[in-house]
Design a protein around this ligand. Structure first.
Ligand code: TPP
Ligand code: MG
Length: 291
């Protein structure tokens, strides 16, 4: 990647790059005028890379991007490439009847590798059923991801091995779990200050964001300042229902109603996702609370 400094910018309605969707600590569909005529005002979306790979300046997140050297950037690219290749193989296995089902993640490599690489070992991930890229960053043996989809295991791995919970197929059920676990982490650390600062990350989709579990989890997280980061991957569809039907405003804007920051990030921009997730995790771990 050719990284050159250019002035910072945020994407406007017509600047948002849609394929692959948004990713981030919280996010929504591109700030658009929509089709109903009652759509939201445009919300800035964090982008640190231009489509041709030039680095943009940013007063908040630029410092995180600057810490990524050549080997780190090549590592991010290698993992995005690896997980796409794995995803293609698993999809082929499903088509051949070797897997009962497979949940593809192609197009979400930047969101998953960028966020997964922002985590520290002591953090704990609560995934949906699609976080194969995050699993790779946690060091999971990728073949273990196939076990559940082949129907030979109820889980496939020991969550404690890499602080990566089992996949949850019931939409949003893992989000309250992430908040409860984060509250437990905070209490453990209050009892034993020698423990490292840690946070949980709750991954969920744009469709799952309509589930009551997410609302309840966010209320709890706000009330108790739980060290949790809510990471909504907006691929713009919940099977056949587009995001614009599920929300009249960008999803990230909802965070304000709970009383914590919501940041919309270009999920195709691995550097931006990495930077924003690092920022959010540091805030959560250090007692700033959820975002
Ligand atoms: C509680 C619940 N309701 C319905 C379903 C059926 N279902 C499976 S995937 C899906 C769409 C999810 O969309 P989204 O949250 O955007 O995640 P994505 O699959 O796009 O990553 C639905 C409705 C389910 N698994 N769980
Ligand atoms: Mg979706």
């Amino acid at each position: 990647m050719d990284l050159k400094h250019m002035p910072a910018r945020t994407a406007g309605a017509d600047g948002a790059r849609v394929p692959g969707g948004d990713g981030g600590a919280a996010q929504g569909s591109p700030g658009d005028s929509g089709t109903s005529g009652v759509r939201q005002e445009n919300t800035g979306m964090v982008q640190l890379l231009t489509p041709d790979g030039q680095l943009l300046e940013d007063s908040v997140y630029g410092a995180y991007a600057a810490e990524l050297g050549g080997s780190e950037l090549r590592g991010l690219y290698r993992e995005m490439f690896t997980i796409r290749r794995f995803d293609q193989e698993a999809t082929a296995l499903q088509r051949q009847g070797e897997l009962v089902m497979w949940v593809p993640m192609s197009g979400q490599e930047g969101a998953q590798i960028g966020s997964g690489r922002a985590l520290q070992p002591q953090d704990y991930v609560f995934p949906t059923y699609r976080e194969h890229g995050v699993a790779l960053t946690r060091g999971l043996e990728l073949s273990h991801l196939l076990r559940r989809f082949r129907g030979i295991s109820h889980g496939g791995w020991d969550p404690a091995d890499a602080n990566f919970h089992l996949y949850t197929l019931v939409l949003a059920a893992q989000v309250p779990h992430a908040v409860g676990y984060a509250m437990g982490m905070a209490r453990d650390r209050a009892a034993d200050p020698q423990l490292p600062e840690a946070a949980t990350v709750a991954y969920f989709g744009d469709g799952a964001s309509s589930e009551g579990d997410v609302h309840e989890a966010m209320v709890f997280a706000a009330s108790y300042d739980a060290p949790v980061v809510f990471f909504c991957q907006n691929n713009h569809w919940a099977i056949s229902v587009p995001t614009e039907v599920q929300s009249r405003i960008p999803l990230a804007n909802r965070a304000k109603g709970y009383g914590f920051p919501g940041i919309r990030v270009d999920g195709n921009d691995v550097v931006a996702v990495h930077a924003v997730t690092r920022w959010a995790l540091e805030r959560a771990r250090s007692g700033g609370g959820r975002c």
